[in-house]
Design a protein around this ligand. Sequence first.
Ligand SMILES: NC(=O)c1ccc[n+]([C@@H]2O[C@H](COP(=O)([O-])OP(=O)(O)OC[C@H]3O[C@@H](n4cnc5c(N)ncnc54)[C@H](O)[C@@H]3O)[C@@H](O)[C@H]2O)c1
Length: 435
Amino acid sequence: MKRRLPTTNDKSNRGEGPLRKNLVYCLLGVVILLVILLMSGTTVSVPNNERVHTVTDVGQSNVNEMVQKIVDEKLMDMMLEFKEDQRKAADLSSRFPVKKIFAKDRKRILVTGGAGFVGSHLVDVLMMQGHEVTVLDNLYTGRRKNIEHWINHPNFNFIVHDVVDPIQLQVDQIYHLACPASPPHYQHNPIKTIKTSVVGTTNMLELAARVGARILLTSTSEVYGDPIEHPQKETYNGNVNPIGPRACYDEGKRAAETLMYAFETQSKVEVRVARIFNTFGPRMHPNDGRVVSNFIIQSLQDEDLTIYGSGKQTRSFQYVSDLVNGLVKLMEGDYTQPVNLGNPDEYSIGDFAEKIIKLVKETEHDTKSSIIKLAGTKDDPNKRQPDISVAWNELHWKPVVDVETGLKDTIAYFKKELEEEGRTEPIKPQELRGN
Ligand SMILES: NC(=O)c1ccc[n+]([C@@H]2O[C@H](COP(=O)([O-])OP(=O)(O)OC[C@H]3O[C@@H](n4cnc5c(N)ncnc54)[C@H](O)[C@@H]3O)[C@@H](O)[C@H]2O)c1
């Protein structure tokens, strides 16, 4: 699709509207001030009508000079502010060019969890396609800075809200992502996690049923648990421990999938279900305890990379832009059954750690890190690899970004994050009950 840069009369992007308003208020204030000062100054008239300058007149001219100085300074500040706004707007529209589309083609799209890692990248794509996007997020693991660049855009809305509470909105599509995704985050408050999946998904489905919106759930490869079948196909029913430390997330997502198809059958809601495998990229939470973020942060901070277990266990990692592309294709397509979205390229954790050290060194950071092995964690799957033939056959989707390219972007992001936020302490093995 061809993208167009925003036109120069897109005031919201340039911040020109508020500036003009400020200028008018400022000038009005100055005029009122001058009128008051002129009225308070006194002149004395002598009988032959000759005007005589008084001490008050001398004070008056000083006041006028002062007022002029203040006005000049204020105008200068406003000019600088205006230039800065213009620079930011130009930067935004070159990084995130928004397509102009006809109103009839513009969808009202709700993204729950849109301030999180995956959600914020999805929001970027939907905004750039020219749609009207509403992010609904309770900011539990999401961050305002992930979506800050859209805050004043006329097509964008942000609602701080918890999906466990119902909400009334008019929307055409719902991407339902709201749910903490990394083990330390979802295990921090397991009751809330399962409520978010079950009550939150029910609320979103009821909203979809009420307004006739299509809804997509971001489910997870965790519905397969510690799989006995490799690679995992969508027809595999999984091997999940219903009372283990990961159950609040795994069983929560399984119940959410059940709800999706119950609403499809009973309330005729149009549903889509994505089963997402390990995803990485910029805007991951630095302290989410996942293998990619931990290894990169440890390496950038010259700490040893910690492998739990032998390091022979395998994982497959997909880059976030591939995932977002798959989510949009799934939402727009006709296929209604669950679809695996992941990168089937497999890496042993040991090889992956070495790759990260090598790539960090290439960024001119001569890391002193080496690799250490610690005891494995409970229920850690030995192998996790998606079978993506359904995604290919039904959506014509497959990942296109190779892991090394994605890792370079992610390392650059974490480098900047550490410069801005200072040192961070990656979650330790004993805090990682699983994954
Ligand atoms: N990243 C992955 O590797 C991965 C893998 C499988 C599935 N997923 C799924 O994708 C979705 C997004 O994951 P992510 O990696 O971006 O995680 P994330 O933690 O970065 O994003 C989740 C977002 O949901 C918000 N949220 C959490 N609970 C909420 C609630 N009760 N009400 C409103 N907002 C709430 C958080 O504040 C955050 O912004 C999740 O549903 C997750 O289960 C992700």
